[in-house]
Design a protein around this ligand. Structure first.
Ligand code: PMP
Length: 435
């Protein structure tokens, strides 16, 4: 009997009672390899002594001070670090408690920016249909998943969704990556023109599409084209790196690999590595200056912004990643994971695609490899694989019914950055058994 309302109304979930390194343990002492880092959260694994020590030090010193009275040394240090390491143009960080809150704040920053610079008619948000941006009302409205949105729609702000994203099923037979990038970017320009460029506020996109589509990276050149289109029409580019960011793809920010710098970027999950709930908006000088030279105030804020405990944990996570050169390990282990998945599943009759970047990989399941026909969603294959994997001591993040709003099953892998070869081999082995 539980008195907790979970996302799923469930009869019973195992009780997580411990975690060490890449493993979680249930109350019976049974171990599970955490091959999804929860939902791409636990970048340093569990029970990392250096993070725990930093949290203890901060708890001894100060747990909380409201931002209307104080800033804190840890929040300042974290912001300094994030800004130094950020893409060109980013000048400030705004700390919140998670990914959805970061997306809400970014949308409001975009809106306030246009009010401050005297373009209040800009209000339209364009996003992609294959996307997830969070579950609060503004973030939910921004994501394109109709299944999640349907019952809440009367409460959602108006947003506009374009296709396609980058899973194989959207690339036409014989279409080159270049032509595909051009076609996908053209969808944004068409929508901007249709809405009237002077009314469009922002384009929001995950750099690598995460939960909805299963670690789908953009084709080369797509984001360069998107940046050009946004600049041409004065539209802000908001990159949502809540899931794919903070080292997950082998560079601190996924967009570094696409040679693009956003006006606003959201990060969370790996920022605190699961040790504390924390998210942030990284904002460009242009946005900051509009606030500073305008009302002098960002009209938003929650009780727990810049929480010192959260900032201390996040700072320690970032320091360990740098000290232990873990981004290099993400690249090396990511390449190993891609290789092993290819060897194991490359010719599997029910695997349609293997894709991703770094330690952020997706395996797509299909009824028929030659036609890439998805499984009937009623079979709930993704849920069955999750269950089989758990029974096999493996945690993966499967999803189904979302890639084109109707069907398609995939398994997302996002193991901790501290993985070694033996861990990757065990993950692929156990996943194969589960599939
Ligand atoms: N954006 C993206 C890309 C995400 O993957 C998520 C979470 N899966 C969110 C936003 C929302 O983050 P949170 O669950 O921390 O609110």
């Amino acid at each position: 009997m539980t008195h907790i309302l979970h996302r799923q109304i469930h009869a019973s979930l195992p009780i997580a009672s411990g975690g060490k390194g890449i493993e979680l343990f249930d109350a019976s002492g049974r171990g599970y390899i955490d091959a999804s880092g929860g939902a791409a959260v636990s970048s340093l694994g569990h029970g990392h002594p250096d993070i725990l020590a930093a949290m203890h030090r901060q708890a001894d010193k100060l747990a909380y001070a409201h931002t209307s009275f104080f800033t804190s040394d840890v929040a300042e240090a974290l912001a300094d670090r994030l800004v130094v390491d950020a893409p060109a143009g980013i000048s400030h960080a705004y700390f919140v408690s998670g990914g959805s809150e970061a997306v809400e704040a970014a949308l409001k920053m975009a809106r306030q920016y246009f009010v401050e610079i005297g373009e209040p008619q800009r209000r339209h948000i364009i996003a992609r249909r294959q996307s997830y941006h969070g579950n609060t009302l503004g973030a939910l409205a921004t994501g394109g998943n109709e299944w999640r949105r349907a019952q809440f729609r009367p409460l959602l702000i108006e947003t506009h969704h374009i296709d396609p994203c980058f899973a194989y099923r959207f690339q036409e037979a014989g279409e080159s990556d270049e032509d595909y990038a051009a076609r996908a970017a053209q969808a944004l320009e068409d929508r901007i023109l249709e809405l009237g460029p002077e009314t469009v506020m922002a384009f929001v996109a995950e750099t690598v599409v995460g939960a909805t589509a299963g670690a789908v990276p953009p084709v080369a050149d797509y984001f360069r084209r998107i940046r050009d289109i946004c600049d041409r029409y004065g539209v802000l580019l908001i990159l949502d790196e809540v899931m794919c960011g903070m080292g997950r793809t082998g560079t601190l920010h996924a967009c570094e690999q696409d040679g693009v710098a956003p006006d606003l970027m959201t990060i969370a999950k790996g920022l605190g590595g699961g040790y504390q709930p924390i998210g942030a908006v990284l904002l460009s000088r242009k946005i900051f200056d509009a606030f500073a030279n305008g009302s002098g105030l960002f009209q938003h804020g929650h009780t727990y912004i810049c929480h010192p405990m959260a900032c201390a944990a996040a700072l320690a996570v970032q320091e360990v990643i740098a000290r232990d050169r873990l981004l290099e390990n993400v690249k090396a282990m990511g390449a190993h994971l891609a290789r092993r998945l290819g060897e194991r599943f490359g010719n599997h009759p029910n695997i349609g695609d293997i894709r991703g970047r770094g330690l952020f990989m997706g395996v797509e399941l299909v009824e028929d490899r030659s036609t890439r026909q998805p499984f009937d969603p009623k079979r709930k294959l993704h849920a069955r694989i999750k269950k089989a994997a758990m029974a096999n001591g493996l945690l993966v993040y499967p999803m189904g019914g979302t890639i084109d709003g109707a069907n398609g099953d995939h398994v997302l892998l996002a193991p901790p950055f501290i993985c070694d070869i033996a861990a990757i081999d065990a993950i692929v082995e156990r996943l194969d058994d589960a599939i």
